[in-house]
Each structure stands twice: as structure tokens, then as C-alpha cells.
Design a protein around this ligand. Structure first.
Ligand code: FES
Length: 284
């Protein structure tokens, strides 16, 4: 039995839901108003350019800097400790911005846990920034317990961040365990896969999207790598399919991400048409 039943505690945080919903709606309106520039900025924060979520790559920086600051403080290196404390605050601000971009597309229990995670992080950041101000003002006696409290909050928040990934699969590639058929398998009637159509199919456990671009048959995962959206219910333009859930776009010929919040490409499959006019697909 787990010594810490986090879900039981997190179930009590329902009061965060209306707040979270209002915030997300406001940000969605800003993104719409901001147009392509705002979407591009969100992609940067999501990590689409990196091919990997940016937030987890940034979170080590403030924790490492703050740990170093406390150790240096213990051995009396106060100037270096102040410097690392400040660097941690800068890195923590960047990590918070990337986390907010990811959280914008969450919902349900995942959104609730994400809200708790974010609020703890903001409290930790506030405590560390206040500790830095106190230290620079020469009031180190007050600053040390404040920084220690901030460090505890950051650790608790880190636990929730891990919970989001390992319990809810937040920002985990939804095709991570998909291998696709190793032999040629029938996926559909070729006549249905006309130019520009998005045809949902299934081969064994693999959900497949069939389409045709410039006469070329394309087969790829029908599961958006961001959060599992059904791509066949999206729309296709110039060889790029748009996810109906959060708007990620993928090139159907290569599976490459054209626009986030997705960061992982889609698996694509080889295609051929058999003697009876059926589309067959195979991994690789
Ligand atoms: S599920 Fe989020 S963009 Fe597709």
C-alpha cells in the first residue's frame, strides 16, 4: 500500500476547478487574439521546436541552483549562495512559463493536479525571491528559514509534477507503445481513400489514419501524440492534418509535427494496394 495516497488529497481540491477554467478561457482568448505569433510563442514554451516538452527540461535548473545555494550558505560562501539563489529564481520563472503553456491544454483531474502543482511552484518561487531580497538587505537570519520553506514547497510541487506524468501521462507521447503491424494487413477500401479524405481504420490494436495527398496513399497513427485526439475527426489542408482537440498539426506524409502543442511525431506506415483493391499497411 502506498504510504502517501495523493489521489485522496487531490480529490479535495475541486474548488480549484472554476478558477482553472476561467484562467484557461482567458488565455485561450489571448492566444486567439494574438494569432500566429502567440501560437508560435506557445509552441516555444511547449517544446515543439525541441521535439521534447520544455518544462521538465527546465525544472532541474531552479532545484539544482537552490540546492547549491543552501550548501554554499552552510559553508559560509554567502555571495555565491546569493548568486545561485537568484539564478534559481530566473530559471524557476522560465520553468513556470513553460509549465503554464502545457497546463493550458489540460482538463479534469489532470488540470486540477496541475493547478495545485503550479500554485505550489509559485509559492516556492515567491519564498525564494523574498529570501533573496532579505539576504541582499542583510537580514539573513530571516532569509534562511524562508528559503528552507520555499525549498520544501518546491519539493512537494516536484512530487505533484511526477504524479502528473506517471499517473496521468501529461505530455507523454500517446504513441510511445505503438508498434504497428509487422506484416501487411488490410486497413480499408482504397476507393474510400480519396484525395483529401481522412479515413479512420484499425489494424489489431493500432488505430490508423488513411489519407491521400497528391495521389499518394498515406497511413499514420490516428492518435495525436499530444493527448490522444482522434485525428480523423480533424481537418486536412495541403498535406497537414489538424488535431480537433488542441490544434496540433502534423504532415501526413512524414508524421512530423508542424505546429504544437504536440512535440512527438506520429508513427507512419508503409502502404500498398492489393489485387482486390484494399489498402494494406505495415510498420516500417
Ligand atoms: S490531443 Fe492535444 S493537440 Fe491533439
Amino acid at each position: 500500500m502506498a504510504i502517501l495516497n495523493a489521489d485522496r488529497w487531490l480529490d479535495r481540491l475541486g474548488f480549484l476547478d472554476p478558477l482553472a477554467e476561467a484562467y484557461q478561457k482567458q488565455v485561450a482568448a489571448w492566444l486567439t487574439r494574438g494569432g500566429a505569433g502567440a501560437r508560435a510563442a506557445k509552441d516555444v514554451l511547449n517544446g515543439t521546436w525541441l521535439g521534447h516538452p520544455l518544462h521538465p527540461a527546465l525544472t532541474d535548473l531552479p532545484l539544482g541552483a537552490w540546492s547549491g545555494s543552501m550548501l554554499l550558505d552552510l559553508v559560509g560562501e554567502e555571495v555565491a549562495a546569493d548568486l545561485l539563489l537568484g539564478l534559481g529564481c530566473v530559471a524557476g520563472t522560465a520553468a513556470a512559463a513553460a509549465g503554464l503553456a502545457d497546463w493550458q491544454d489540460s482538463y479534469g483531474q489532470e488540470r486540477r493536479v496541475g493547478a495545485a502543482h503550479g500554485l505550489l511552484n509559485l509559492a516556492a518561487l515567491g519564498a525564494m525571491a523574498s529570501a533573496l531580497v532579505l539576504r541582499r538587505a542583510g537580514r539573513r537570519g530571516w532569509a534562511r528559514p524562508l528559503a528552507l520553506g520555499g525549498y520544501g514547497l518546491a519539493a512537494a510541487s516536484g512530487y505533484l509534477g511526477g504524479h502528473l506524468v506517471f499517473r496521468f501521462g501529461t505530455q507523454v507521447n500517446r504513441n510511445a507503445f505503438v508498434e504497428g503491424p509487422s506484416e501487411w494487413q488490410v486497413a480499408g477500401d482504397e476507393k474510400l481513400v480519396v484525395e483529401g479524405a481522412l479515413v479512420a481504420s484499425q489494424v489489431g490494436a493500432t488505430r490508423i489514419l488513411l489519407t491521400r495527398v497528391d495521389g499518394r496513399l498515406c497511413a499514420l497513427s490516428n492518435v495525436c501524440s499530444h493527448a490522444g485526439g482522434p485525428l480523423a475527426e480533424g481537418d486536412l489542408a495541403q498535406g497537414v492534418v489538424r488535431c480537433p482537440w488542441h490544434g496540433s498539426r502534423f504532415d501526413v506524409r512524414t508524421g512530423a509535427v508542424v505546429e504544437g502543442p504536440a512535440t512527438a511525431p506520429l508513427p507512419t506506415y508503409a502502404t500498398r494496394v492489393n489485387a482486390t483493391g484494399e489498402v494494406e499497411v505495415r510498420a516500417g
